[in-house]
Design a protein around this ligand. Sequence first.
Ligand SMILES: O=P(O)(O)OC[C@H]1O[C@](O)(CO)[C@@H](O)[C@@H]1O
Length: 603
Amino acid sequence: MPFRPSHSLLDCELLNLASAFCQLQLPFFFIPLVEMASTTLICDTQPWKDLKAHTEDIKKTHLRDLMNDKERCESMMVEFDGMFLDYSRQCATLETIDKLYKLAEAASLKQQINRMYSGEHINSTENRSVLHVALRAPRDAVINSDGKNVVPDVWNVLDKIKDFSEKVRNGSWVGATGKPLKDVIAIGIGGSFLGPLFVHAALQTDPEAVEFAKGRQLRFLANVDPIDVARNIAGLNPETTLVVVVSKTFTTAETMLNARTLREWISSALGPSAVAKHMVAVSTNLTLVEKFGIDPNNAFAFWDWVGGRYSVCSAVGVLPLSLQYGFSIVEKFLKGASSIDEHFRSAPFEKNIPVLLGLLSVWNVSFLGYPARAILPYSQALEKFAPHIQQVSMESNGKGVSIDGVPLPYEAGEIDFGEPGTNGQHSFYQLIHQGRVIPCDFIGIVKSQQPVYLKGEVVSNHDELMSNFFAQPDALAYGKTAEQLLKENVSQHLIPHKTFSGNRPSLSLLLPSLNAYNIGQLLASYEHRVTVEGFVWGINSFDQWGVELGKSLATQVRKQLNASRTKSEPVEGFNFSTTTLLTRYLQASSDIPAEPPTLLPRI
Ligand SMILES: O=P(O)(O)OC[C@H]1O[C@](O)(CO)[C@@H](O)[C@@H]1O
């Protein structure tokens, strides 16, 4: 285990434990002494303290000067399997990077990565291994969980998906009325939605994938807002639609209500027996799948060692994407992810893209004090990348205690947001240039998947886009001084407004193209980056207890709404604010009958 020194208590540690016990409202003397001696935090280590002290040196530097050091810049560029990372625009020197490697060592990063790959139960609060890497491992790989090689199970499901998706696509699996199923609605939320949506959006512009998707539609129903149901079924015919219910637990309230709604949509149009031909499921909970009325033979399994937000490479993503694009395209995506898995596991830290990305994030968040990160792909096809990484990162690392349950005296996690360039430039970049400092990830693609050239234009449309990709990082790094503005004869009173302080960090990631393989590489790089951050911060990046409280409070509200509507019971048991809001809501919608007939949207 990392961070378990046998030496006596360190100051920061004692403070943390005391505050943990204060939160539990137990007297401090109740702390078991053995526990006191066994738990420490990364902030207690010498490399962390060295980095803290080092921030004073960094504050004296400016990227304008750092960028002049060619040797420094050269050693801040890494290439792997066609991906090129340039992190020379980070507010960091070679000494910083060296100190970050020492921090990684203090965090036992290498050992923690190995523990993940060897199937140890590193998700300790759920007592599970974390093996999304097994989802894209080659057929002959051996990856054990609880003493069993899980790779054959993974490939059994992949083979089943290949077979099923081919049958649907070639028309040998047809709907209840004998018509081919050309449209798919995937119902799921969170990790059972965002990853597949990101990959779908990206593949939609890859010419090879587009060719395979001709005549087919894939839609995603996530929100329990009935408007999302309405939008999803608009223009679709139940006779030619296949519904895939995707839920790891098969208990998520939103997904299950949406699944019951679409089951009603199908059975009211085609009769209840049509469900067998028009609904399939992806889940770890095959018992509940059967209970719902979906034949377990039409269910595609995955396993509790796959976290929801890390599940896009399981049947969660592979099934809907194979139905849309064919299994061969999706297999390329898996291979791209697998290539990064191997790189992450084996490359030395200096050449290891996910490790470098993760360490730089820790540097920005924990030492330079920049809590947010902007993900800025200069590719419209990556429009759903930032929303997906938002979940991967913020649900994984948004934690307040260490893996041992000690409250953290430092902030973990980061605030992720982003939009494709250049749209973002006309939206929130103002704040990034002259307001707050937000480290940016610029992601560029060398060859456009949809090139456009116009005779007489100075550059192609893609070059126009990429001109911005190359310009923005320098604008952020160098800024613009008052002296420069004076030379340009800018009026005195405008100088403060037109000055750019610069010294704003970014990194640039260049991908050769945006095909299925590269999309897999990008996904795995970010997944592992988040893991690296979590390992260094000493937290459990693989649980998500923070989502539970809101869910259970919603259960109370649901009961109240039912009681008030059907039995006119008054709103009770809530605070003044919620009581007022609920009462107002009920009164203003009192024209809705207590038990209305089944109603489906009709857009
Ligand atoms: O796949 P399920 O079990 O429906 O869960 C959906 C999502 O809900 C969450 O548990 C959060 O509420 C995510 O972690 C998960 O991806």
